[in-house]
Design a protein around this ligand. Structure first.
Ligand SMILES: *Cc1c(COP(=O)(O)O)cnc(C)c1O
Length: 461
Protein backbone atom coordinates (compact mmCIF):
# COMPACT_ATOMS: atom_id res chain seq x y z
CA UNK A 1 0.00 0.00 0.00
CA UNK A 2 2.81 2.37 0.91
CA UNK A 3 4.45 1.61 -2.40
CA UNK A 4 1.26 2.50 -4.20
CA UNK A 5 0.99 5.75 -2.27
CA UNK A 6 4.59 6.55 -3.08
CA UNK A 7 4.03 5.76 -6.74
CA UNK A 8 1.39 8.47 -7.03
CA UNK A 9 2.71 11.32 -9.20
CA UNK A 10 3.70 14.55 -7.44
CA UNK A 11 1.65 17.71 -7.88
CA UNK A 12 4.62 19.75 -9.16
CA UNK A 13 5.49 17.07 -11.68
CA UNK A 14 1.92 16.98 -13.04
CA UNK A 15 1.73 20.77 -13.17
CA UNK A 16 4.64 20.78 -15.60
CA UNK A 17 3.21 18.03 -17.80
CA UNK A 18 2.88 19.04 -21.44
CA UNK A 19 -0.62 17.57 -21.68
CA UNK A 20 -1.75 20.35 -19.35
CA UNK A 21 0.12 23.20 -21.04
CA UNK A 22 -3.16 24.89 -22.09
CA UNK A 23 -4.54 24.89 -18.52
CA UNK A 24 -4.62 27.76 -16.05
CA UNK A 25 -2.09 26.73 -13.34
CA UNK A 26 -4.16 27.64 -10.27
CA UNK A 27 -7.31 25.84 -11.49
CA UNK A 28 -5.18 22.90 -12.66
CA UNK A 29 -3.47 22.62 -9.28
CA UNK A 30 -6.86 22.44 -7.62
CA UNK A 31 -7.99 19.64 -9.97
CA UNK A 32 -4.71 17.71 -9.48
CA UNK A 33 -5.09 17.85 -5.70
CA UNK A 34 -8.70 16.69 -5.87
CA UNK A 35 -7.90 13.71 -8.08
CA UNK A 36 -4.76 12.76 -6.11
CA UNK A 37 -6.74 12.87 -2.86
CA UNK A 38 -9.33 10.58 -4.43
CA UNK A 39 -6.60 8.16 -5.52
CA UNK A 40 -5.07 8.19 -2.03
CA UNK A 41 -8.45 7.35 -0.52
CA UNK A 42 -8.95 4.52 -3.02
CA UNK A 43 -5.55 3.06 -2.10
CA UNK A 44 -6.19 3.40 1.65
CA UNK A 45 -9.55 1.66 1.34
CA UNK A 46 -7.97 -1.00 -0.88
CA UNK A 47 -10.09 -0.14 -3.85
CA UNK A 48 -7.05 0.35 -5.97
CA UNK A 49 -4.26 -2.12 -6.65
CA UNK A 50 -2.28 -0.33 -9.32
CA UNK A 51 -1.53 3.16 -10.54
CA UNK A 52 -2.01 4.15 -14.15
CA UNK A 53 -0.53 7.58 -14.72
CA UNK A 54 -2.32 7.97 -18.04
CA UNK A 55 -5.71 7.37 -16.38
CA UNK A 56 -4.93 9.80 -13.60
CA UNK A 57 -3.99 12.45 -16.12
CA UNK A 58 -7.20 11.83 -18.03
CA UNK A 59 -9.26 12.18 -14.85
CA UNK A 60 -7.52 15.48 -14.06
CA UNK A 61 -8.22 16.74 -17.55
CA UNK A 62 -11.88 15.66 -17.36
CA UNK A 63 -12.29 17.49 -14.07
CA UNK A 64 -10.57 20.57 -15.49
CA UNK A 65 -12.88 20.56 -18.50
CA UNK A 66 -15.92 20.08 -16.28
CA UNK A 67 -14.95 23.08 -14.17
CA UNK A 68 -14.07 25.39 -17.04
CA UNK A 69 -16.38 24.51 -19.92
CA UNK A 70 -18.91 27.04 -21.13
CA UNK A 71 -22.44 26.26 -19.95
CA UNK A 72 -24.33 28.47 -22.39
CA UNK A 73 -24.90 27.42 -25.99
CA UNK A 74 -27.14 28.29 -28.90
CA UNK A 75 -30.42 26.38 -29.15
CA UNK A 76 -33.01 25.85 -31.85
CA UNK A 77 -36.47 26.86 -30.65
CA UNK A 78 -39.02 24.48 -32.19
CA UNK A 79 -41.71 25.26 -29.58
CA UNK A 80 -43.30 28.03 -31.63
CA UNK A 81 -43.34 30.25 -28.55
CA UNK A 82 -41.57 33.40 -29.72
CA UNK A 83 -40.85 34.96 -26.32
CA UNK A 84 -39.43 32.26 -24.08
CA UNK A 85 -37.91 33.69 -20.94
CA UNK A 86 -36.05 30.41 -20.39
CA UNK A 87 -34.57 30.61 -23.87
CA UNK A 88 -33.48 34.24 -23.59
CA UNK A 89 -36.66 36.10 -24.67
CA UNK A 90 -36.23 38.48 -27.64
CA UNK A 91 -33.47 37.81 -30.15
CA UNK A 92 -31.32 40.63 -31.43
CA UNK A 93 -30.91 40.76 -35.18
CA UNK A 94 -27.32 40.43 -36.48
CA UNK A 95 -27.77 43.83 -38.18
CA UNK A 96 -28.50 45.44 -34.79
CA UNK A 97 -25.38 43.77 -33.36
CA UNK A 98 -23.33 44.99 -36.33
CA UNK A 99 -24.47 48.53 -35.66
CA UNK A 100 -23.50 48.46 -32.02
CA UNK A 101 -20.28 46.47 -32.37
CA UNK A 102 -17.96 49.44 -33.14
CA UNK A 103 -19.48 51.33 -30.22
CA UNK A 104 -18.89 48.44 -27.82
CA UNK A 105 -15.32 47.83 -28.86
CA UNK A 106 -14.37 51.52 -28.76
CA UNK A 107 -14.69 54.27 -26.20
CA UNK A 108 -17.83 56.32 -26.81
CA UNK A 109 -19.74 59.31 -25.45
CA UNK A 110 -22.04 57.20 -23.26
CA UNK A 111 -22.00 59.81 -20.48
CA UNK A 112 -20.01 62.57 -22.13
CA UNK A 113 -21.18 65.81 -23.71
CA UNK A 114 -18.76 66.33 -26.56
CA UNK A 115 -19.61 69.97 -27.28
CA UNK A 116 -19.29 71.01 -23.64
CA UNK A 117 -16.46 68.66 -22.76
CA UNK A 118 -18.42 67.69 -19.65
CA UNK A 119 -20.13 64.75 -18.03
CA UNK A 120 -23.64 64.08 -19.31
CA UNK A 121 -26.40 61.52 -18.81
CA UNK A 122 -26.35 58.03 -20.30
CA UNK A 123 -30.14 58.04 -20.69
CA UNK A 124 -30.29 60.85 -23.27
CA UNK A 125 -29.42 58.48 -26.13
CA UNK A 126 -32.67 56.62 -25.50
CA UNK A 127 -34.95 59.37 -24.28
CA UNK A 128 -34.41 61.52 -27.33
CA UNK A 129 -35.60 58.70 -29.63
CA UNK A 130 -38.49 57.65 -27.37
CA UNK A 131 -39.71 61.25 -27.30
CA UNK A 132 -39.56 61.40 -31.11
CA UNK A 133 -41.39 58.10 -31.51
CA UNK A 134 -44.06 58.31 -28.84
CA UNK A 135 -44.43 62.06 -28.37
CA UNK A 136 -44.02 61.49 -24.63
CA UNK A 137 -42.56 64.22 -22.45
CA UNK A 138 -39.63 62.23 -21.14
CA UNK A 139 -38.31 58.70 -20.59
CA UNK A 140 -35.90 56.64 -18.50
CA UNK A 141 -34.40 53.17 -18.74
CA UNK A 142 -33.57 50.70 -15.95
CA UNK A 143 -32.38 47.12 -15.75
CA UNK A 144 -35.75 45.43 -16.38
CA UNK A 145 -39.43 46.12 -15.94
CA UNK A 146 -39.42 44.67 -12.42
CA UNK A 147 -36.88 47.39 -11.52
CA UNK A 148 -39.07 50.01 -13.17
CA UNK A 149 -42.07 48.98 -11.04
CA UNK A 150 -39.92 49.05 -7.92
CA UNK A 151 -38.38 52.44 -8.70
CA UNK A 152 -41.71 54.09 -9.51
CA UNK A 153 -43.57 52.73 -6.49
CA UNK A 154 -40.66 53.52 -4.17
CA UNK A 155 -40.25 57.06 -5.48
CA UNK A 156 -43.89 58.10 -5.34
CA UNK A 157 -45.67 55.55 -3.21
CA UNK A 158 -43.30 55.07 -0.29
CA UNK A 159 -45.24 55.17 2.97
CA UNK A 160 -48.27 56.30 0.98
CA UNK A 161 -51.07 54.36 -0.66
CA UNK A 162 -51.14 52.77 -4.10
CA UNK A 163 -54.55 51.68 -5.36
CA UNK A 164 -54.77 48.64 -7.63
CA UNK A 165 -57.56 46.31 -8.77
CA UNK A 166 -57.76 42.84 -7.19
CA UNK A 167 -57.93 41.44 -10.72
CA UNK A 168 -54.43 42.76 -11.42
CA UNK A 169 -52.53 41.38 -8.43
CA UNK A 170 -50.97 38.82 -10.71
CA UNK A 171 -47.94 36.59 -10.66
CA UNK A 172 -45.81 36.57 -13.78
CA UNK A 173 -43.35 33.84 -14.79
CA UNK A 174 -40.08 33.81 -12.87
CA UNK A 175 -41.96 34.50 -9.60
CA UNK A 176 -42.52 38.21 -10.17
CA UNK A 177 -45.59 39.00 -8.08
CA UNK A 178 -47.09 42.47 -8.23
CA UNK A 179 -48.04 42.51 -4.50
CA UNK A 180 -44.54 41.38 -3.46
CA UNK A 181 -42.82 44.11 -5.47
CA UNK A 182 -45.26 46.63 -4.00
CA UNK A 183 -44.26 45.47 -0.53
CA UNK A 184 -40.57 45.79 -1.34
CA UNK A 185 -41.06 49.36 -2.49
CA UNK A 186 -42.66 50.25 0.87
CA UNK A 187 -45.89 51.47 -0.62
CA UNK A 188 -49.14 50.55 1.08
CA UNK A 189 -51.18 48.38 -1.22
CA UNK A 190 -54.87 49.25 -1.38
CA UNK A 191 -56.81 46.55 -3.21
CA UNK A 192 -60.09 47.50 -4.83
CA UNK A 193 -62.88 45.68 -6.67
CA UNK A 194 -63.09 41.92 -6.94
CA UNK A 195 -61.13 39.29 -8.81
CA UNK A 196 -63.37 39.52 -11.86
CA UNK A 197 -64.90 43.00 -11.73
CA UNK A 198 -63.53 46.40 -10.80
CA UNK A 199 -65.36 49.65 -11.53
CA UNK A 200 -64.22 53.27 -11.68
CA UNK A 201 -66.23 53.95 -8.50
CA UNK A 202 -64.13 51.35 -6.65
CA UNK A 203 -61.06 53.49 -7.31
CA UNK A 204 -62.92 56.74 -6.53
CA UNK A 205 -64.12 55.43 -3.17
CA UNK A 206 -60.66 54.23 -2.16
CA UNK A 207 -58.91 57.58 -2.59
CA UNK A 208 -57.80 59.10 0.74
CA UNK A 209 -55.42 61.91 1.63
CA UNK A 210 -52.71 59.27 1.80
CA UNK A 211 -53.20 58.05 -1.77
CA UNK A 212 -50.28 58.71 -4.10
CA UNK A 213 -50.72 56.39 -7.07
CA UNK A 214 -53.50 54.72 -9.02
CA UNK A 215 -51.84 51.77 -10.64
CA UNK A 216 -52.90 49.45 -13.43
CA UNK A 217 -51.00 46.26 -14.19
CA UNK A 218 -51.20 44.21 -17.36
CA UNK A 219 -52.57 40.78 -16.45
CA UNK A 220 -49.70 39.34 -18.45
CA UNK A 221 -50.02 35.61 -19.12
CA UNK A 222 -53.57 35.20 -17.99
CA UNK A 223 -56.83 36.35 -19.47
CA UNK A 224 -60.27 36.75 -17.94
CA UNK A 225 -63.28 35.70 -19.93
CA UNK A 226 -67.02 35.90 -19.25
CA UNK A 227 -68.45 37.97 -16.39
CA UNK A 228 -65.60 40.43 -15.91
CA UNK A 229 -64.89 44.12 -16.16
CA UNK A 230 -61.99 46.44 -15.60
CA UNK A 231 -61.35 50.14 -16.02
CA UNK A 232 -59.33 51.37 -18.99
CA UNK A 233 -56.12 53.21 -18.27
CA UNK A 234 -57.25 56.44 -19.89
CA UNK A 235 -60.22 56.59 -17.50
CA UNK A 236 -57.89 55.97 -14.56
CA UNK A 237 -55.56 58.68 -15.85
CA UNK A 238 -58.37 61.22 -15.93
CA UNK A 239 -59.46 60.29 -12.40
CA UNK A 240 -55.91 60.36 -11.00
CA UNK A 241 -54.95 63.62 -12.64
CA UNK A 242 -58.19 65.30 -11.49
CA UNK A 243 -57.29 64.36 -7.93
CA UNK A 244 -53.62 65.36 -8.25
CA UNK A 245 -52.50 61.70 -8.11
CA UNK A 246 -50.14 59.72 -10.29
CA UNK A 247 -51.59 57.28 -12.81
CA UNK A 248 -49.18 54.48 -13.52
CA UNK A 249 -49.52 51.55 -15.92
CA UNK A 250 -47.24 48.54 -15.59
CA UNK A 251 -47.74 47.55 -19.19
CA UNK A 252 -45.59 44.42 -19.15
CA UNK A 253 -44.94 43.64 -22.76
CA UNK A 254 -44.69 47.09 -24.30
CA UNK A 255 -46.24 46.67 -27.71
CA UNK A 256 -45.32 49.50 -30.06
CA UNK A 257 -46.48 48.62 -33.58
CA UNK A 258 -45.91 46.19 -36.40
CA UNK A 259 -48.42 43.45 -35.56
CA UNK A 260 -51.95 42.77 -36.78
CA UNK A 261 -53.54 42.70 -33.35
CA UNK A 262 -55.98 44.60 -31.20
CA UNK A 263 -55.26 42.37 -28.21
CA UNK A 264 -52.36 44.38 -26.78
CA UNK A 265 -52.71 48.06 -25.91
CA UNK A 266 -50.29 49.98 -28.12
CA UNK A 267 -47.86 52.44 -26.58
CA UNK A 268 -48.73 54.95 -29.30
CA UNK A 269 -52.40 54.92 -28.27
CA UNK A 270 -51.64 55.02 -24.55
CA UNK A 271 -49.20 57.92 -24.88
CA UNK A 272 -51.81 60.03 -26.71
CA UNK A 273 -53.64 60.43 -23.40
CA UNK A 274 -50.56 61.97 -21.67
CA UNK A 275 -50.30 59.43 -18.88
CA UNK A 276 -48.22 60.21 -15.79
CA UNK A 277 -46.09 57.08 -16.09
CA UNK A 278 -45.99 53.83 -18.07
CA UNK A 279 -43.34 51.13 -17.78
CA UNK A 280 -42.66 48.07 -19.92
CA UNK A 281 -40.06 45.40 -20.69
CA UNK A 282 -37.43 45.94 -23.37
CA UNK A 283 -37.27 42.27 -24.35
CA UNK A 284 -40.89 41.19 -24.71
CA UNK A 285 -43.04 42.36 -27.66
CA UNK A 286 -40.88 45.48 -27.93
CA UNK A 287 -38.20 43.10 -29.21
CA UNK A 288 -35.02 44.67 -27.81
CA UNK A 289 -32.52 43.86 -25.04
CA UNK A 290 -33.52 43.24 -21.42
CA UNK A 291 -34.51 46.61 -19.97
CA UNK A 292 -37.28 48.40 -18.13
CA UNK A 293 -38.46 51.40 -20.12
CA UNK A 294 -40.34 54.19 -18.40
CA UNK A 295 -42.15 56.93 -20.31
CA UNK A 296 -44.22 59.78 -18.96
CA UNK A 297 -44.23 63.29 -17.57
CA UNK A 298 -40.93 65.18 -17.25
CA UNK A 299 -41.31 66.37 -13.68
CA UNK A 300 -42.01 62.79 -12.54
CA UNK A 301 -39.11 61.29 -14.52
CA UNK A 302 -36.88 63.93 -12.88
CA UNK A 303 -38.00 62.73 -9.45
CA UNK A 304 -37.18 59.14 -10.47
CA UNK A 305 -33.69 60.29 -11.43
CA UNK A 306 -33.20 61.73 -7.96
CA UNK A 307 -33.96 58.40 -6.25
CA UNK A 308 -30.67 56.73 -5.27
CA UNK A 309 -32.21 53.37 -6.16
CA UNK A 310 -31.69 54.35 -9.80
CA UNK A 311 -27.94 54.01 -9.35
CA UNK A 312 -28.46 50.37 -8.35
CA UNK A 313 -30.81 49.72 -11.26
CA UNK A 314 -28.60 51.44 -13.81
CA UNK A 315 -28.28 49.91 -17.28
CA UNK A 316 -24.93 49.32 -18.92
CA UNK A 317 -23.77 50.50 -22.33
CA UNK A 318 -24.71 47.26 -24.05
CA UNK A 319 -28.36 47.74 -23.09
CA UNK A 320 -28.38 51.39 -24.10
CA UNK A 321 -26.78 50.69 -27.47
CA UNK A 322 -28.99 47.71 -28.31
CA UNK A 323 -32.06 49.65 -27.25
CA UNK A 324 -31.01 52.67 -29.26
CA UNK A 325 -30.49 50.55 -32.38
CA UNK A 326 -33.89 48.87 -31.85
CA UNK A 327 -35.59 52.25 -31.49
CA UNK A 328 -33.98 53.41 -34.71
CA UNK A 329 -35.35 50.29 -36.44
CA UNK A 330 -38.83 51.34 -35.24
CA UNK A 331 -38.30 54.91 -36.45
CA UNK A 332 -37.30 53.73 -39.94
CA UNK A 333 -40.04 51.04 -39.90
CA UNK A 334 -37.46 48.29 -40.48
CA UNK A 335 -39.46 45.72 -38.55
CA UNK A 336 -37.46 42.90 -40.12
CA UNK A 337 -34.60 44.02 -37.83
CA UNK A 338 -36.77 43.11 -34.84
CA UNK A 339 -36.89 39.30 -34.89
CA UNK A 340 -39.73 39.09 -32.34
CA UNK A 341 -42.02 41.04 -34.67
CA UNK A 342 -40.69 39.35 -37.79
CA UNK A 343 -41.41 35.90 -36.33
CA UNK A 344 -44.91 36.83 -35.19
CA UNK A 345 -45.58 38.39 -38.61
CA UNK A 346 -44.35 35.52 -40.77
CA UNK A 347 -47.16 34.82 -43.27
CA UNK A 348 -48.74 31.39 -43.15
CA UNK A 349 -47.65 30.75 -46.74
CA UNK A 350 -43.96 31.25 -45.83
CA UNK A 351 -44.35 29.00 -42.81
CA UNK A 352 -45.85 26.37 -45.07
CA UNK A 353 -43.05 26.46 -47.63
CA UNK A 354 -40.44 26.45 -44.83
CA UNK A 355 -42.16 23.40 -43.35
CA UNK A 356 -42.11 21.62 -46.70
CA UNK A 357 -38.37 22.27 -47.05
CA UNK A 358 -37.57 20.80 -43.66
CA UNK A 359 -39.96 17.93 -44.33
CA UNK A 360 -38.06 17.08 -47.52
CA UNK A 361 -34.85 16.75 -45.50
CA UNK A 362 -36.32 14.75 -42.63
CA UNK A 363 -38.21 12.45 -44.96
CA UNK A 364 -34.96 10.80 -46.02
CA UNK A 365 -34.09 9.67 -42.50
CA UNK A 366 -34.72 6.00 -41.75
CA UNK A 367 -36.99 5.08 -38.81
CA UNK A 368 -38.69 8.48 -38.71
CA UNK A 369 -42.40 8.86 -39.50
CA UNK A 370 -43.62 12.35 -40.14
CA UNK A 371 -46.50 14.49 -41.32
CA UNK A 372 -47.15 18.19 -41.84
CA UNK A 373 -49.86 19.78 -39.76
CA UNK A 374 -51.40 23.20 -39.34
CA UNK A 375 -50.88 24.21 -35.69
CA UNK A 376 -50.97 27.30 -33.47
CA UNK A 377 -47.99 29.13 -31.99
CA UNK A 378 -48.01 31.60 -29.10
CA UNK A 379 -46.31 34.94 -28.50
CA UNK A 380 -45.29 34.04 -24.92
CA UNK A 381 -43.59 36.35 -22.43
CA UNK A 382 -46.92 37.32 -20.93
CA UNK A 383 -47.95 38.90 -24.22
CA UNK A 384 -51.12 38.23 -26.19
CA UNK A 385 -52.29 35.44 -23.87
CA UNK A 386 -54.58 32.89 -25.48
CA UNK A 387 -54.05 34.51 -28.88
CA UNK A 388 -53.14 31.73 -31.31
CA UNK A 389 -50.92 32.51 -34.29
CA UNK A 390 -51.69 30.05 -37.07
CA UNK A 391 -48.55 28.16 -38.01
CA UNK A 392 -47.25 25.03 -39.69
CA UNK A 393 -45.38 22.25 -38.04
CA UNK A 394 -44.03 18.78 -38.47
CA UNK A 395 -45.28 16.00 -36.23
CA UNK A 396 -42.93 13.06 -36.04
CA UNK A 397 -42.17 9.87 -34.14
CA UNK A 398 -39.88 6.95 -34.48
CA UNK A 399 -41.14 3.36 -34.27
CA UNK A 400 -37.79 2.35 -32.75
CA UNK A 401 -37.51 5.02 -30.02
CA UNK A 402 -39.87 6.26 -27.33
CA UNK A 403 -40.98 9.85 -28.05
CA UNK A 404 -39.86 11.02 -24.62
CA UNK A 405 -36.38 9.57 -25.25
CA UNK A 406 -36.26 11.15 -28.68
CA UNK A 407 -37.26 14.49 -27.17
CA UNK A 408 -34.51 14.22 -24.53
CA UNK A 409 -31.92 13.36 -27.16
CA UNK A 410 -33.01 16.26 -29.36
CA UNK A 411 -32.93 18.61 -26.38
CA UNK A 412 -29.42 17.53 -25.46
CA UNK A 413 -28.46 18.01 -29.10
CA UNK A 414 -29.71 21.60 -28.92
CA UNK A 415 -33.24 21.33 -30.32
CA UNK A 416 -36.10 22.28 -27.99
CA UNK A 417 -39.44 20.83 -29.08
CA UNK A 418 -42.86 20.14 -27.59
CA UNK A 419 -44.51 16.75 -27.41
CA UNK A 420 -48.03 16.75 -28.86
CA UNK A 421 -50.13 13.57 -28.87
CA UNK A 422 -47.05 11.50 -28.09
CA UNK A 423 -45.23 12.91 -31.11
CA UNK A 424 -42.45 15.46 -31.46
CA UNK A 425 -43.93 18.72 -32.74
CA UNK A 426 -41.60 21.02 -34.67
CA UNK A 427 -43.25 24.43 -35.03
CA UNK A 428 -41.47 26.27 -37.83
CA UNK A 429 -42.22 29.81 -36.62
CA UNK A 430 -39.00 30.32 -34.63
CA UNK A 431 -36.74 27.98 -36.61
CA UNK A 432 -34.21 29.52 -39.01
CA UNK A 433 -33.64 27.90 -42.39
CA UNK A 434 -29.91 28.00 -41.68
CA UNK A 435 -30.55 25.37 -39.00
CA UNK A 436 -32.47 22.89 -41.19
CA UNK A 437 -29.40 20.81 -42.04
CA UNK A 438 -28.36 20.74 -38.37
CA UNK A 439 -31.85 19.53 -37.38
CA UNK A 440 -31.82 16.82 -40.00
CA UNK A 441 -28.31 15.69 -38.99
CA UNK A 442 -29.35 15.58 -35.36
CA UNK A 443 -32.38 13.32 -36.04
CA UNK A 444 -30.29 11.09 -38.29
CA UNK A 445 -27.51 10.80 -35.71
CA UNK A 446 -29.85 10.02 -32.81
CA UNK A 447 -31.69 7.31 -34.73
CA UNK A 448 -28.51 5.83 -36.21
CA UNK A 449 -26.90 5.68 -32.74
CA UNK A 450 -29.98 3.99 -31.41
CA UNK A 451 -30.02 1.42 -34.20
CA UNK A 452 -26.33 0.72 -33.48
CA UNK A 453 -27.02 0.25 -29.76
CA UNK A 454 -29.87 -2.08 -30.62
CA UNK A 455 -27.76 -4.25 -32.92
CA UNK A 456 -25.02 -4.34 -30.25
CA UNK A 457 -27.58 -5.59 -27.79
CA UNK A 458 -28.74 -8.28 -30.21
CA UNK A 459 -25.13 -9.28 -30.93
CA UNK A 460 -24.52 -9.85 -27.24
CA UNK A 461 -27.63 -11.94 -26.74
C1 LIG B 1 -43.06 40.71 -17.60
C2 LIG B 1 -43.73 41.63 -16.69
C3 LIG B 1 -43.01 42.25 -15.65
C4 LIG B 1 -41.57 41.97 -15.40
O1 LIG B 1 -40.79 42.49 -16.44
P1 LIG B 1 -39.24 42.08 -16.57
O2 LIG B 1 -38.75 42.93 -17.69
O3 LIG B 1 -39.21 40.62 -16.84
O4 LIG B 1 -38.59 42.43 -15.28
C5 LIG B 1 -43.69 43.12 -14.84
N1 LIG B 1 -45.00 43.37 -15.01
C6 LIG B 1 -45.72 42.80 -16.00
C7 LIG B 1 -47.18 43.11 -16.13
C8 LIG B 1 -45.10 41.91 -16.88
O5 LIG B 1 -45.81 41.33 -17.86
Amino acid sequence: MIELLQALPKVDWLLKDNDFSHCSPSILKNCIQTILNQKRQEILTSHSSSIQIQNIKQEILDLYNLKTHSTIRPLINATGVVLQTNLGRSLLHPKILEEIFPLLSNYNNLEYDISQGKRSERYIHITHLLKTLLSCEDALVVNNNASAVLLILNTFGKEKETIISRGELVEIGGSFRIPEVMKLSNTNLVEVGTTNKTHLSDYQNAITENTAIIMKAHQSNFKQLGFCANVSFDKLSVLAQEKGLIDYYDLGSGYMQGLQTDQEPSLFELCKHSPSLISFSGDKLFGGPQAGIIVGKSHLINKLKQNHLLRALRVDKFTILALEATLRAYISCEFEKIPTLAMLNTPLSSLKSKTQKLFALLEKIPHLNLCIKQIDSLAGGGSLPQTPFASYGILCYSPILKTSTLEKNLREGGLIARIVQDQICLDLRCIFEDDFQKISNLFAEILANHTKKDTNKHDKQ
